[in-house]
Design a binder for this molecule. Structure first.
Ligand code: PLP
Length: 444
C-alpha cells in the first residue's frame, strides 16, 4: 500500500508518526504526546459512559448511528460505545481496549484518524485564531481549490454538516426556480425538508417533498409528471449500496432540464471517496448543484453546497448563513485533504484497499463455513449483509471481542490507514468471529 508509512503504528505510537513532507516533525510529536497524556479516562468503564450518556441525552448519543442501538442493533448489546483515542485505523475505547476500525467515522475519515498533515493544518489554524469577525482567508483559498476538483463547482458556500449543505442546495434550487416541489431519492440528513416519515415535521413541508425509489425510472417519471410546473429540483443520492443504472441518472438529468428544474447530487458520502470530485466525476454526469461533506475534511466539520454560477447566484436572494461556517480549523483540514488528493490518487487507493478488505472478509466467511452472510457494496464503501438482525448483532459483538469494529448495515469504509497489517487483522478478527457465530448457530 502506498501510504503505509503514515499509518503503520498503533494508536499508542501516534506521536512517533513521521511528519509529512514540508512539515515540522517536532511540533507534531509534541502535540500528540500532550494529547495522549489526557485522553484515557481512568475511572469509568464503557458501561458507565453509556449509562451517563442516557441520563443526559434523550437518545443516548448526539449522532444517531453512535447509539448502542445504532452501532449494534440493541441498547444492551455488548461492545464499545465510547472512544478515547483514534489514530490511523485504530481506536482505543473508554476502557483502554484497542480495536481495528472499519467504520471510519461513518465515512467522514478517508485518510485515517488523526492523519498528521490534517492534524497539523487544523492545529496551526487554531493557534492562529480559529475565528474572528472577518472571514478566514482560507475560505477563499479552499473554495478556489474545490472549484478546481469538483466538475459542477463554479461557486461554493461552506456550512458545517451534510444536512445543512443539502438543505442549502434545496433552498437555492427553490429560490432559483421560484417553485416548491422537490423529488428525492436517498438520505439527505435530519432536517425538515426531506424528513417525510419523521415526527415533528409540518404537513406542508412533507407535501413539498416527494420520495421516489432508488434507480426506478418509471417512479421518477411519474413523480415529475405529477409535480408539473411546481417542480423545483430532483435530488439524488447517486450511490446507495451499489452504482445506479446509467439510464436512471441520465433520465433524471433530462427530466430536470426539460422541466426547468435543478438537478442536485448528494455527494456527502461519494465525494473524496469514489473520485475526488464525487460520483459526478466518476460517472461523468453534470448536476446543477451538489453537496459535499464527510471525507472532504477528513473528520473535521465542514460541508459545502457547490454548483453552477447561474444557479448558485440565487443564494444572494435568500438567506443561508452560519456563524461558524468559515471557522479556520475545518477549512485548513480540508486544505490538507486537497493536498493529499493533489499529490496522490487517493480515491484509486481507496478502491484498491477496499477490495482487499472485502477479499479478506469474504475469505473469512468462506473459511468458517458460516451461512446467511455476504459482502456487498462498492470497494471504497462496502457492507456485510446478514439474514437476520439478531445474527448481525451477534457478529458485531463477537467481532468487537476479537478486536475489530465493523459497521452495522451500510457501510464499512476503506481508508488509506488500512495497510496490509490492518487488513490481515481485519481478516483474522472476522474469521474468529464467524467461526464463533457458526458454532453458536450450531448450538456448540
Ligand atoms: C448521503 C448523505 N447525505 C447527507 C447526510 C447528512 O450529513 P450530516 O450527518 O453530516 O448532516 C449523510 C450522513 O450520513 C449522508 O450519508
Amino acid at each position: 500500500m502506498p501510504f503505509r508509512r503514515f499509518f503503520d503504528r498503533g494508536a499508542k505510537d501516534a506521536s512517533a508518526q513521521p511528519a509529512p513532507a514540508g512539515h515540522d516533525a517536532d511540533v507534531e510529536s509534541e502535540s500528540a504526546d500532550e494529547g495522549e497524556a489526557e485522553v484515557i479516562p481512568e475511572e469509568h468503564d464503557d458501561s458507565d459512559w453509556r449509562t451517563r450518556a442516557r441520563a443526559v441525552m434523550p437518545t443516548g448519543a448526539s449522532t444517531g448511528s453512535k447509539r448502542a442501538e445504532g452501532l449494534y442493533g440493541s441498547a444492551d448489546a455488548t461492545g464499545p460505545t465510547h472512544f478515547s483515542q483514534a489514530v490511523g485505523c485504530r481506536v482505543i475505547d473508554a476502557d483502554g481496549n484497542e480495536y481495528l476500525d472499519c467504520t471510519m467515522a461513518l465515512g467522514a475519515v478517508a485518510l485515517g484518524y488523526a492523519e498528521p498533515n490534517v492534524t497539523r493544518a487544523a492545529v496551526d489554524a487554531i493557534a492562529s485564531g480559529n475565528v474572528c469577525g472577518l472571514s478566514s482567508y482560507r475560505e477563499v483559498e479552499v473554495a478556489e481549490r474545490l472549484c478546481g476538483v469538483i466538475p459542477c463547482a463554479d461557486n461554493i458556500q461552506f456550512l458545517k454538516t451534510g444536512a445543512e449543505a443539502m438543505a442549502a442546495a434545496v433552498r437555492i434550487a427553490r429560490t432559483y426556480t421560484a417553485r416548491d416541489v422537490v423529488i428525492g431519492s436517498g438520505y439527505f440528513g435530519w432536517l425538515d425538508w426531506s424528513a417525510d416519515d419523521t415526527a415533528g415535521v409540518p404537513e406542508g413541508t412533507r407535501r413539498a417533498f416527494r420520495r421516489v425509489a432508488y434507480d426506478d425510472i418509471a417512479a421518477l417519471e411519474a413523480a415529475v409528471s405529477d409535480a408539473g410546473s411546481q417542480l423545483a429540483a430532483i435530488v439524488l443520492e447517486p450511490v446507495v449500496e451499489r452504482l445506479p443504472s446509467v439510464e436512471w441518472i441520465a433520465r433524471a438529468r433530462e427530466l430536470a432540464t426539460s422541466a426547468g428544474a435543478v438537478l442536485i447530487f448528494d455527494e456527502i458520502k461519494t465525494g473524496f471517496r469514489l473520485r475526488t470530485g464525487g460520483y459526478q466525476a466518476y460517472a461523468d454526469v453534470m448536476p446543477d448543484l451538489a453537496a459535499f461533506g464527510k471525507a472532504m475534511a477528513n473528520g473535521y466539520p465542514l460541508s459545502a453546497v457547490v454548483g453552477h454560477r447561474e444557479v448558485m447566484d440565487a443564494a444572494r436572494k435568500t438567506w443561508i448563513s452560519s456563524t461558524l461556517a468559515s471557522e479556520a480549523s475545518a477549512l485548513a483540514a480540508c486544505g490538507a485533504v486537497l493536498a493529499w488528493h493533489d499529490q496522490a490518487d487517493v480515491c484509486d487507493s481507496l478502491w484498491t484497499i477496499g477490495a482487499e478488505m472485502r477479499r479478506g472478509v469474504t475469505a473469512a466467511i468462506e473459511a468458517s463455513g458460516v451461512g446467511g452472510v455476504s459482502v456487498d457494496g462498492l470497494d471504497p464503501m462496502w457492507m456485510l449483509r446478514f439474514d437476520t438482525p439478531a445474527r448481525e448483532q451477534r457478529f458485531l459483538e463477537l467481532a468487537a471481542q476479537h478486536g475489530v469494529l465493523f459497521k452495522r448495515g451500510a457501510y464499512n469504509y476503506a481508508a488509506l490507514a488500512h495497510d496490509e497489517e490492518a487488513i490481515r487483522e481485519i481478516e483474522r478478527g472476522a474469521s474468529d468471529a464467524f467461526v464463533d457465530l457458526r458454532d453458536e448457530d450450531a448450538g456448540a
